[in-house]
Design a protein around this ligand. Structure first.
Ligand code: ADP
Ligand code: MG
Length: 735
């Protein structure tokens, strides 16, 4: 048995010594070796692949994976056999095509490697055809009307650019092959296909920019890079199980505020509790095996809130890895007695959960195109890419807002803890200054780093980034990438990145075409620079309004944004329909990302998911109010009434108890009225999903708020021993 396999058979408690004590330099070097053994051990990539495939096949695969060349399907048989042998050696009996349907989660249909030979004897078999194409029944996945139930045929297609991996589930191990999922008619029914198409759209347009500046030598394509920071809550699993709202909806639909929240800022970056560290250690180990480069871990702002961030990767792989990461977090939590909450707002009044989407563009030779150059033409090239993002954000702020709209994220955006619902760009002072000059037709360069003197001779001089950070901005430039900070904690990142890529591809196309035309008009040597400056200056004049470097939480910004005519899209019902506009459909179609049917289907599915989520939440709320809150309230009201009668009979005044009883009965009345209104709202029907979602957002949710308010008031009166579920204080401070 190889070392790798021996390691894989070990349990989480036998983490290597080197990894456990990474603090000293000498050990860090050893740790490198330990990561080497561990990293990607359960993926069919790197050594696992090289050891098993011939050089010709490896070269062909490499051309597809690294340089985006078309897949030569004649290699599939050899790859499939090698993959099967490797998987069986690692304890698999089954394989599955793993994909991301429009539900936003992942799907898998398992098949065993079993086949029978002509004598009826069992043998393990996996053909190239089975690797390349699967045929799950597409009728039970949401298609947004692209397919009817009787039009069931759908295909999964191997994505060779995202490594196959072995998923552990208890003692079982399954070979998972990342795939795209399309209908019999070739329309995408998943999140991966449009993301990959949008990457190609960016690549095509970005290559034109590189050619324009003469920087395309040796570059075959450009890809987007993605690094996601995932926040999450960890609470006691037994407590979570006692709350139907957490079990069913992933968030609490009621719960009075604890006396302490995060006012003291004493949790953020605080020391990580040992039991949480043990959980994080196991998560990282599982992620390393899957080739997911987990890098950063820390306490987040709210009590029981934490963050994990892997290193960035190519967007398609990062998006698959992000889905896997959420899955690993959930499973590991349960092994440690925790429930891991990824919902955007598990606790009202407590900071919610986001996913920061660090995004850039890079050549296949590793040059980050959003890294400022040292001046001259390379800086103009950098500014061309930046201006394309400025233009894309300004032209498509509404659909980018739409791409992150969901029932959960509606609670979070604009709540002064997360970016507001207005999309604007933070450039920082340095880049902001350069863009201002550019708008005026002048060029300016900036150094990517300056020095920061700490004023003590024994302390090192620090390299300072070209701009400060702005935690209030939804879309911030941070030195060499943009951070789209408004994505929800539960979201699959493929969709917002598809929209972002397509919008940027469109602006790269526009700007390059304009510069090319301007260059063709002139014949002087400096015409490229002059043409570029003229075009970028125009772009900034038209679209610079989307740049805002102040406090995005302030009322002044909201007033200013209104003056600048920037879209303020409060909730899903306002934001999602913007993706239905004709010019939007045209853009997706022009850049080969989605046709109009594919786009409209996606919006329908997202609308349905919103409506269903809220229906489940409202139903859960009513059930908890009826079966948990009211019975406790009645018990305590009876106790209070009996106490009042007995106290008065004894000739003692009982003002306080009477006041409690009056308040309790008033809250119970309010609860009853709220419930009646909510029940009526739940019965509301509408054939048009958009207006139905509008009704839910604007009419039904306010009734839910009323019910919640009454329940929380009752919680404040009923004594702890009569309260039927764990409170916010229990979950956030005693987990
Ligand atoms: P923060 O300080 O914003 O909390 P973290 O260090 O937690 O940042 O995470 C930053 C993320 O940005 C990481 O996932 C990192 O790999 C990613 N990142 C860095 N450079 C790039 C890049 N060029 N493209 C995409 N993501 C990047
Ligand atoms: Mg960040």
């Amino acid at each position: 048995m190889s070392r790798t396999v021996a390691y894989l058979d070990s349990t989480s408690s036998t983490r290597t010594e080197a990894y456990r004590s990474m603090s000293s330099d000498a050990v860090v070097r050893d740790a490198g070796a330990a990561f080497g053994d561990q990293f990607g051990a359960l993926t069919f990539s790197g050594e696992n692949m090289r050891r098993r495939l011939g050089s010709a096949v490896l070269e062909q695969l490499d051309r597809t994976v690294q340089y985006g060349e078309a897949l030569n399907s004649s290699i599939a048989d050899e790859v499939a056999t090698a993959m099967k042998d490797w998987a069986i050696e690692n304890g698999c009996t089954h394989y599955c095509h793993w994909f991301q349907p429009l539900t936003g989660s992942t799907a898998e249909k398992h098949d065993s490697f079993l086949n029978l030979d002509h004598n009826g004897q069992p043998l393990a078999e996996f053909s190239g055809d089975a690797l390349i194409c699967g045929e799950p029944d597409a009728s039970s996945f949401p298609s947004g009307g692209v397919r009817d139930t009787w039009e069931a045929r759908g295909y999964t297609a191997w994505d060779p650019t995202s490594p196959a991996f072995i998923m552990r589930n208890g003692g079982e191990r399954t070979l998972c092959i990342p795939t795209a999922f399309v209908s019999w008619t070739g329309e995408s029914l998943d999140l991966k296909t449009p993301l990959m198409r949008s990457n190609e759209a960016i690549s095509k347009q970005a290559m034109r920019v590189l050619r324009l500046f003469g920087n395309d030598a040796g570059v075959c394509n450009v890809y987007t890079t993605l690094g996601c920071e995932q926040e999450y809550f960890l609470i006691d699993e037994d407590m979570a199980a006692m709350r139907p709202d957490l079990s069913m909806c992933g968030r609490t639909v009621m719960g009075a505020q604890p006396p302490k929240g995060h006012q003291l800022d004493d949790h953020y970056f605080g020391s990580i509790p040992p039991e949480v560290l043990a959980f994080m250690g196991e998560v990282e180990e599982r992620l390393y095996e899957l080739g997911i480069p987990a890098k950063t871990r820390h306490n987040e702002v709210a009590p029981r809130q934490f963050e994990i961030a892997p290193l960035f990767e190519r967007a398609n792989v990062a998006s698959d890895h992000q889905q896997l990461l959420m899955n690993v977090l959930k499973r590991a939590a349960s092994r440690h007695g925790f429930s891991c909450l990824l919902h955007e707002k598990p606790f009202a009044g407590v900071n919610g959960t986001g996913k920061h989407n660090n995004w850039s563009m890079s050549t296949d030779t590793g040059h980050n195109l959003l890294s400022p150059g040292k001046g001259g033409e390379s800086n103009l090239q950098f500014l061309t890419f930046v201006c394309a993002v400025v233009r894309a954000l300004d032209m498509h702020a509404d659909i980018l807002r739409g791409s992150i709209a969901s029932a959960g994220n509606d609670h979070r955006l604009g709540a002064n803890e997360a970016p507001p619902a207005i999309l604007s760009m933070y450039t920082g002072a340095e880049l902001g200054g350069v863009l201002e000059k550019l708008e005026a037709g002048e060029t300016a360069c900036f150094d990517s780093k300056t020095e920061l003197d700490l004023g003590s001779t024994v302390m090192p001089t620090l390299e300072r980034h070209p701009g400060d950070r702005n935690r209030t901005s939804p879309f911030a430039f941070i030195g060499n990438r943009f951070e789209f900070r408004a994505i929800g904690g539960l979201a699959a990142v493929a969709w917002p990145n598809t929209v972002l890529n397509t919008a940027v591809a469109q602006s790269l196309d526009y700007i390059t075409t304009a510069i090319e035309a301007a260059v063709a008009d002139g014949d002087t040597k400096g015409s490229l620079e002059a043409s570029c400056v003229a075009v970028l200056s125009d772009v900034l004049k038209q679209h610079g309004r989307v740049i805002f470097n102040g406090d995005n939480y302030s009322q002044e910004w909201h007033d200013e944004a209104a003056k600048r005519d920037l879209p303020v899209l409060r909730g899903t019902a306002d934001a999602l329909p913007t993706l239905r506009r004709e010019d939007v459909a045209e853009m997706f179609d022009t850049y080969g990302v989605m046709n109009a049917r594919e786009l409209s289907a996606r919006i329908d599915v997202l609308m349905e998911i919103y409506a269903t989520t809220l229906t489940i939440e409202a139903g859960t709320m009513l059930q908890m109010a009826d079966r948990m809150v009211r019975p406790s309230a009645v018990r305590y009201a009876t106790e209070l009434a009996e106490s009042c009668t007995a106290t008065e009979a004894a000739g003692v005044p009982c003002g306080a108890a009477k006041a409690d009883l009056t308040a309790l009965v008033a809250a119970m009345d309010a609860l009853g009225q709220g419930e009646t209104a909510l029940r009526a709202a739940l019965d509301h029907e509408d054939d048009c999903v958009d207006t139905h979602v509008g009704f839910i957002q604007n009419t039904m949710i306010p009734h839910m708020d009323t019910v919640r308010e009454a329940c929380d008031a009752i919680e404040g009166i009923v004594p702890a021993d009569l309260w039927p579920m764990p409170t916010y204080t229990d979950m956030l401070f005693n987990s």
